[in-house]
Design a protein around this ligand. Structure first.
Ligand code: MG
Length: 375
């Protein structure tokens, strides 16, 4: 979508929401006045079209609802995004309703990120993807004001960014073989599990490649003994770790599994924000941080620091998102053990140029802010 259409959709979105709040329709007001000295938030729904149907243990889908966000300040625009896969419990309606309640114009200093997050948490306790969209746009804006990408502001060495895994969803044998071929540029494959044919899926992949895999059961294993047997079976097949093997409610069973498993057990659905990190320590070896869960980059950074201090492994993931949110997450990637930043590669209508995968490795653009430009 070009900028003109995006602006028009933004205006239409604002009309559809009949919001009484003083949100400018994509900077029209500020364009006239030049330097505003105020934060102007605008947003627009944007449905992500998936290249392949996305099949997980508990559901399947071909699109992901998404809201694109801009924050303008003194003529500089920061881009952000909220992606809402169904299991997160957010929707276009809940995100736009939350964003409509915000009045960022009360903050004259865009560097007050901590204060802006406190303000957003007072508005509503949840709405994590909506908060992430504001947080990402703010980081983009601040980085542009400072003229630096966030990995530099955080003092991270981009050469330490890890490989990213490429996701092979649950599918028929032929489609899985095709996806393994598509995944040729990636050094790690992420295998979605949690149905009856888990072993068959791995055997198909192993018939084509020896590259390491990581496994995401998406809460699909309900029996701890069977889960342990799977962990041993996978450990013999060059698997790096298992993500969310059991339902998040089965904390004690997961702790039991973790004590015996030859592979690290990583929390995903179990964990959302900073206070969850310490809670996860009792049953998991590591955490999967995603901006749409953590309310954005500000808290994601704190989660990575805390997890490291607690001696836990850190993984960085994403939803199906445009390159906007995926590149924002990539800024943090030099801090993590494993990255799963392929969400932008799974959609057919990306709006941004940003993160690149070079020889399988996360490569952060050398641009200020979160590092993206509109296509
Ligand atoms: Mg997961």
């Amino acid at each position: 979508m070009n900028r003109r259409n995006f602006l028009r959709n933004a205006a239409l979105g604002a009309v559809a929401m009949a919001s009484p709040i003083s949100i400018s329709a994509f900077g029209e007001a500020t364009k006239k006045t030049g330097r505003s000295g105020r934060l102007n938030l605008s947003f627009s729904p944007y449905e992500l079209k998936l290249r392949h149907s996305f099949n997980l243990a508990k559901y399947s889908r071909t699109t992901t609802p998404d809201v694109q966000v801009q924050i303008e300040y003194d003529g500089i625009i920061g881009y952000g995004e909220a992606s809402m896969p169904p299991y997160l419990g957010e929707s276009v309606a809940s995100v736009t309703s939350f964003l409509s309640k915000l009045d960022l114009s009360q903050f004259s200093d865009p560097f007050c990120i901590e204060e802006i997050h406190e303000y957003m948490d007072r508005i509503a306790p949840d709405n994590r993807a909506a908060k992430a969209s504001v947080d990402i746009a703010l980081h983009d804006l601040l980085g542009k004001i400072m003229g630096q990408p966030w990995y530099k502001i955080w003092g991270l060495n981009p050469d330490k960014a890890p490989d990213t895994s490429f996701t092979i969803g649950i599918d028929t044998a032929d489609v899985v073989r095709k996806k393994v071929d598509e995944a040729a540029p990636y050094n790690v494959l992420k295998v979605k599990m949690g149905l009856d044919n888990d072993k068959e899926l791995v055997e198909i992949i192993r018939s084509k490649t020896d590259r390491p895999i990581c496994v995401d059961a998406n809460q699909g294993w309900n029996d701890k003994e069977k889960a342990l047997e799977m962990c041993y079976w996978l450990a013999e097949r060059n698997c790096l770790f298992v993500e969310q093997p059991m339902p998040k409610e089965m904390f004690d069973e997961t702790a039991w599994l973790r004590e015996r498993s030859p592979l690290p057990i990583i929390a995903d659905e179990f964990l959302q924000r900073l206070p969850d990190v310490k809670r996860a320590m009792g049953a998991y070896d590591g955490i999967n941080i995603k901006l749409m869960k953590s309310t954005g980059m500000h808290e994601a950074y704190k989660m990575a620091v805390l997890a490291r201090a607690l001696g836990m492994k850190v993984m960085l993931g994403c939803m199906t998102e445009t390159s906007c949110a995926v590149t924002a997450a990539a800024q943090l990637s030099p801090m993590v053990d494993w990255a799963d930043l392929d969400g932008n590669l799974l959609i057919a209508n990306d709006r941004f140029d940003g993160i690149k995968i070079v020889n399988g490795k996360v490569t952060i653009p050398e641009r200020p802010g979160i590092g993206v430009v509109l296509l």
